[in-house]
Structures are given as C-alpha cells and as structure tokens.
Design a protein around this ligand. Sequence first.
Ligand SMILES: Nc1ncnc2c1ncn2[C@@H]1O[C@H](COP(=O)(O)OP(=O)(O)OP(=O)(O)O)[C@@H](O)[C@H]1O
Ligand SMILES: [Mg+2]
Length: 312
Amino acid sequence: MSKIIEVEKLTKQYGSLTALDQFSFAVKEGEIFGLLGPNGSGKTTAINSILGLLKIKEGSIKIFGKNMSPDAYDIKKDIGVVLQEVAVFNELTVYENIDYFCGLYITDNAKRKELIREALKIVGLEKYQKFYPPKLSGGLRRRLNIACGIAHKPKLLFLDEPTVAVDPQSRNNILEAIKELNKRGTTIVYTTHYMEEVEFLCDRVLIIDHGKSVAEGTIEQLKKQAAIDEKIEVELSEINDEQVAKIKQLSNVKDIMVEHSKIVIYFAKENQNMTKLLELLKKENINAQSINLQKPTLNDVFLDITGRELRD
Ligand SMILES: Nc1ncnc2c1ncn2[C@@H]1O[C@H](COP(=O)(O)OP(=O)(O)OP(=O)(O)O)[C@@H](O)[C@H]1O
Ligand SMILES: [Mg+2]
C-alpha cells in the first residue's frame, strides 16, 4: 500500500507556544486514519499545517509523494477539506453552495450537476436543495459543509471534528457517509476527541497530546500495548466475606471491590483471567447471576499513557 501522506518532524509555534512538536506520521492509501486527541492537543493545527494554511517552523510534508506547499495546486485539486468551523455562504442555497465549491475544481456543467446530485445523496440533503443555510439545523449545516468538501470526489479527504454539536441523526448520517466515501476509494484523515467514533470508523489511529504523537497503530494494537487492568464484574444473589476472600486468592487479582450484589475484580492483564475465575466459581459452588468482562477502551489507553482522561 503506498503512502498518501508523509509528515516528518513537523513543528509549529504560535508565538512561544509549541502547538506541534516534532510531529510525524504517515497515512496509507485507502485507509481511514484517525487523529484522536483532547481539546487543544493540536489536531486542527496539524491539519491546517499539512494543507499549507499555516506557516510551519520545521518539518516536511509530502502528499501523493510530492512536496506540499501553499501553491501546490496539482496536489490540492485532489484534496477535499471539511474544516472544523462550518464555512458556507448564507446567501446561496444548499444546491448553489455545493455547486460553488465543486465549480472550483470541475468546470464541465453536466458533470458537475451529476456530482452535486451524488453529494446531496451521500449526506442525505436531497430534500433541502433549495434551503438557505440559516434555515437549516446545525446538523444539516454540517452535512452541507461536508457535501461542499466531497462533491469533486477528492482522492484524499480531511475532516476536522465534523460531528461536534450535531444531533444524533446527523451524526449517524455523517459517520455512514464517511464509510461510504472510503468504500469508494477515498483516503480519509479524521480528527476527533470521541474515541467511539475512532473505534467505529478508523483503520489506524494516532493519539496526539500536547502536539506530540503519543501512540499509533490499529485499535487492537493500541489496546494490547497499554498496560490496562482487566475488569470483571460478577453479580451474585448474596455475597459473603468467604467468597470474596477466595476470589482474592486468585493469582492475578490486583484489587476487589464489593458494590451491593456485585463483586468487581481488577486483574493484571493476562489471557487466562476469565477461565481461572470461572473454574474457581465452579469449584466453590458460587452461583453467579451474571459475569461481565469490561473491554479496554481507547480512553483507557490514553489514561495509561498520559495519566489523564481523554474527555475532561
Ligand atoms: N491562532 C492561534 N494562536 C495562538 N494559539 C493557538 C492558535 N490556534 C491554536 N492555538 C493553540 O494551539 C494549541 C493547539 O490547538 P488546536 O486548535 O490545533 O487543537 P485541537 O486539537 O484542534 O483542539 P480542539 O479539539 O479544541 O479543536 C492549543 O493550545 C491552542 O490554544
Ligand atoms: Mg480543532
């Protein structure tokens, strides 16, 4: 798989603040690459620097194997961008907005008409073609913003937190639309601070914090890397101290908490924890009403690396 983006040692400063610090990553052709990080971690700065919208202090940026620069129009024609702030014309209808942005790339009228039709369909705005943006809900305006960024069928698409402050229906529509675009062959860079979105969408993810890459890989790889305790909850009809003491003796147990009718057990990471627990319950004739293994999330990974929650 060839590399569509290669960013090396990117450093960006706003005055004395270092917003990106020797930031490096690569995006492969055909993937959905997630840039996951909390507010202010440098996601937008990274995207805008890569697009040549910000002046960088150091670093090299290659897109489609060519050096990116503010006037690299041969590269830019194959890129689509959906910036964090919605940017559409309030004086133009939904249709006219998409037509305007698509017209920057596609001059053939018949072809453009077809592309606008497809873009409207992907974001589910067919019914709203004649609406003006101020008459649309926030979620629908976001969808229009996306339609404007994708109508010319870019090979590479950047989306900067496109689901922030949108209603659940629009959010689902947006996530599905992104999957659909990717299926059609578009390589996607997606920034978010929602780990659920990354887990749903992304083939690979980079976790950014304070302008630095703190972890990178597939979601599975990241979860394996982190030293995360395994948490198993056992629900019992009645709990006695003897049962708790027996469970405590299991080799890998780090901590036990009793909450009402539930025993919450924290194990050091190992493959056999569940099996050993089940064997013990059987041997001791302890009848569990339910047993629940809590899988680690990307938030746990972030917590493990940085000591902070992804969402504060
Ligand atoms: N134009 C600017 N001037 C000065 N500082 C800035 C500017 N833009 C961003 N910053 C700072 O740079 C850091 C990175 O900001 P950036 O907007 O890239 O983060 P982000 O990850 O996109 O955050 P969010 O999730 O809130 O969009 C933050 O500390 C921010 O305050
Ligand atoms: Mg941002």
